[in-house]
Structures are given as structure tokens and as C-alpha cells.
Design a binder for this molecule. Structure first.
Ligand code: TRP
Ligand code: SF4
Length: 400
């Protein structure tokens, strides 16, 4: 129940490119071996900005998941699903919205930024303001501990933590909490009861973080507790209310900055991207027409790799020997730019080959992907439903 679950989502707004591959997907592939991972298509999120042109969302939902699988996300390890297929997200979103102060949402830095940046869209909508709260619901409903995100999303994790804390504070209080918690501790049994109480003391009196971690692990391992007792014991470690929704941690993906064809960060909106699955001829053409150091007007003019976006790609794709060859050849005008680009082209094509092969299986038989996702949605829904039962009960909405 309180496993160290990892959750992350991506908006379906077009084909993925090498920036996503280096910045996000490689990380997901690494994580899936270590944690139970839930990866989902955030289609409702895409609606917050694309509510007027939903066509791109429909196209991208499946294509994007083919990209994930092609990049090496393994459906036997990770759970893949689509947000809108788990309508419980919307229920939690609604319930959280009741107690979330408007100011918290207005102060999220991306809120005003994006309204400024995406001037061609009218984002003065209720949905766009509420978007970080929807993200909070996405995360909290799976009781995920780790959320891999880029730097720009950190404030959203922060607000998620605040929302969880407030929820637990409002709905996790109960008369006689301490007695109930002690009762629950007894149910851990003998040594475990004693250990739990000792660890709690160490944390509360000496602030030892390791003691808190250890106590949490102890609770996670004990199978016999009821849900309510578990929430009490988690809550008793730190304070005086039940912990119904867990505060997640941002797992910062260290910025693997993938340079685009013009040297700026790769991004679809800059038109400088190479797709994760791009046609061979198109890749060759794109790299061959990349700008280089402007000082190299003629083949005989020496250049400076630091002023050239091709060199940025060598840094990602080439081994030391090739880099050395490119550096020297550039500075001495010993090689031409087309020659210099060739090893980069070859490396990109070599990288794409297994990606293309993995994708082919799903392109040949679309029902394979539908089955994987149907299965993932079922799994996700089970977890989400369980959380919602607890949430409704805490709010006094179960009317039993
Ligand atoms: N907001 C994220 C983005 O724009 C996508 C997202 C939605 C997400 N819900 C999430 C990421 C939950 C992590 C966890 O990239
Ligand atoms: Fe760039 Fe290579 Fe040409 Fe030098 S030789 S300018 S690094 S493409």
C-alpha cells in the first residue's frame, strides 16, 4: 500500500523528440527496474491548454505510448494508462478543490508565465487555473512517493504537498487520536510495537530523520494493519492526525539538456527537433543543413567548435576519438563541415534502429498496445478506487 511508488505523466500534444528521450524517457526506463512505476497520458492536462483544438490530443494519445514503448518502457514492469480512463482523478480533483485557497493556485509561477507566453490562447479559464490541483490529484490518488519531473514542475509538487498536508489536517483529525494510535501500535505485535515507539521517540525528541524512515519502512512491511490503523500510525510518527494522503517528493531529472539543430534547447515549438522515430532521409537532411560556425564560409576557413551546434551534438553522441578528430579538423580546416556531421548522423541512426524495431511491433498490431493500456488502466483504477474509498470516508461521504 505505501510502497515507494513512482508516478509520472506526460501531455499528449504531439510526437516525442530526442529531447524527451534524453530528458525523460531514459530516466523512466531506469526507474521501472527499481520501483513500481505508473506512467500515464495526461490527456485532461492537455485540454487545459488545447480545449479549442482537441484533435492533436486524440492523435497523440496512442502515438505517444508507442514512443514510450519504443524507448524501452517495459509494460511487464511499468503500468501504462490514460488519465481520463480513471475518472477517480476527477473526483479527487473536485474534492480537493473545495478546500484549496485560490491564492495558492494564483501564486504558482507557471500560471502567469504561461498566460503571458501562450498569448494566442485564452487561458483565463477555470480549468487552467486549477491545473496544478489536477496534478496534485493525479499524484495523491496513487499515494506516490516519488514524482520524476523537470525543474519547471517543482512548484507543482510543492503545492501538492501543501494540499496533502491540509487535507490530512482537515480530515485526519479524530477524537481520541492518541489512544487509537497507541491501540494500533499494540497490534503491530511485541518487538515491533516497541521498536515503533522507540523510533517515534528518536524522531520526535532528537529529530533523527533515519528513525522516521525506519519507522515508515516498518509500517510498510506490516501486512496485518487495517487501513485506518496504518494511517494513524503514519500520522502519529509526525503529529496528531491520520495521514490519508501522502506528501510526495519531486525526483528531479537532472537536466540532460539536449541541444536542438540550432544549438538552442530542443523543442517542438522552436522547430529544431529530431523526432524519436524519424525517417532516415529526414534525419540526414536535417543534420546536413544544420548551421555551423559562421566563420567557416569557405572549406579552407578554420572554425571554432564552441560556436557550432554540430559540436554540441558531438558532445552527446561521439566518443573521445571522434571528438578529438572533429575539434582538430575544425580548427585546422582539415575537415569540411559535411564530413564532420557524418559521424553524428551515423550515431543518431544507430540509436534509432532498436527504437524503430520496438515500435514496429505495435504499429503492425495496434491491438497489442490497446491491451497493454487496458490492463494498465485496470490496475491504476484499483489503486485509485481504494484511495477514494478512504478519502470519502474521511470526509464523511460514505454514508454507511
Ligand atoms: N504537468 C506535467 C507536464 O506538463 C504533466 C503531468 C500531469 C504530471 N500530471 C502529472 C507529471 C503528475 C507528473 C505527475 O509535464
Ligand atoms: Fe561545426 Fe564541425 Fe564545421 Fe567545425 S567542422 S564548424 S564543429 S560542423
Amino acid at each position: 500500500m505505501f510502497q515507494e511508488r513512482v508516478l509520472s505523466g506526460m501531455r499528449p500534444t504531439g510526437a516525442l523528440h530526442l529531447g524527451h528521450y534524453y530528458g525523460v524517457l531514459k530516466n523512466w526506463v531506469r526507474l521501472q527496474a527499481e520501483y513500481p512505476c505508473f506512467f500515464f497520458v495526461a490527456d485532461w492536462h492537455a485540454l487545459t491548454t488545447h480545449y479549442e483544438d482537441t484533435g492533436i490530443i486524440e492523435e497523440s494519445v496512442w502515438e505517444m505510448q508507442v514512443d514510450w514503448l519504443a524507448a524501452g518502457v517495459d509494460p511487464t514492469q511499468a503500468t501504462l494508462f490514460i488519465q481520463s480512463r480513471v475518472p477517480e482523478h476527477a473526483e479527487l480533483f473536485l474534492l480537493l478543490s473545495m478546500g484549496t485557497p485560490l491564492g495558492w493556485l494564483e501564486r504558482v509561477p507557471t500560471y502567469k508565465d504561461q498566460i503571458e507566453k501562450l498569448k494566442d490562447k485564452d487561458l483565463s479559464t477555470y480549468g487552467f487555473l486549477g491545473y496544478p490541483m489536477m496534478m496534485a490529484a493525479d499524484i495523491l490518488i496513487y499515494r506516490a512517493l516519488h514524482v520524476p519531473v523537470g525543474e519547471d514542475q517543482i512548484p507543482h509538487i510543492e503545492i501538492t504537498r501543501e494540499i496533502a498536508r491540509r487535507f490530512n489536517y482537515l480530515y485526519g483529525r479524530e477524537p481520541g487520536f492518541e489512544e487509537k494510535a497507541l491501540e494500533a501500535a499494540k497490534k503491530l505485535g511485541g518487538k515491533r510495537t516497541k521498536l515503533y515507539l522507540e523510533l517515534r521517540n528518536e524522531y520526535q525528541e532528537q529529530g533523527k530523520e533515519e528513525a522516521l524512515e525506519q519507522a515508515r519502512a516498518l509500517l510498510s512491511d506490516s501486512q496485518s494493519l487495517s487501513m485506518g490503523d496504518r494511517e494513524r500510525l503514519f500520522g502519529y510518527l509526525e503529529g496528531s492526525c491520520k495521514i490519508i494522503l501522502i506528501e510526495p517528493q519531486a525526483m528531479l531529472t537532472k537536466e540532460a539538456r539536449m541541444p536542438g539543430l540550432d544549438g538552442n534547447k530542443m523543442s517542438k515549438s522552436y522547430g529544431n527537433a529530431i523526432a524519436l522515430r524519424e525517417d532516415k532521409d529526414s534525419i540526414m537532411k536535417k543534420v546536413r543543413t544544420m548551421p555551423t560556425d559562421p566563420a567557416r564560409v569557405r572549406r579552407t576557413d578554420p572554425g571554432d567548435p564552441e560556436k557550432c551546434p554540430v559540436w554540441q551534438l558531438h558532445k552527446v553522441y561521439s566518443d573521445d576519438a571522434t571528438r578529438d578528430w572533429a575539434q582538430k579538423g575544425c580548427r585546422s580546416a582539415g575537415i569540411g563541415c559535411l564530413e564532420c556531421k557524418q559521424p553524428v548522423i551515423e550515431s543518431i541512426l544507430r540509436e534509432q534502429q532498436p527504437i524503430m524495431e520496438r515500435a514496429q511491433k505495435y504499429l503492425d498490431d495496434p491491438s497489442l498496445l490497446r491491451a497493454i493500456v487496458a490492463d494498465g488502466c485496470d490496475k491504476a483504477r484499483k489503486v485509485a478506487q481504494e484511495t477514494m474509498r478512504e478519502v470519502r470516508e474521511s470526509l464523511g461521504l460514505s454514508y454507511s
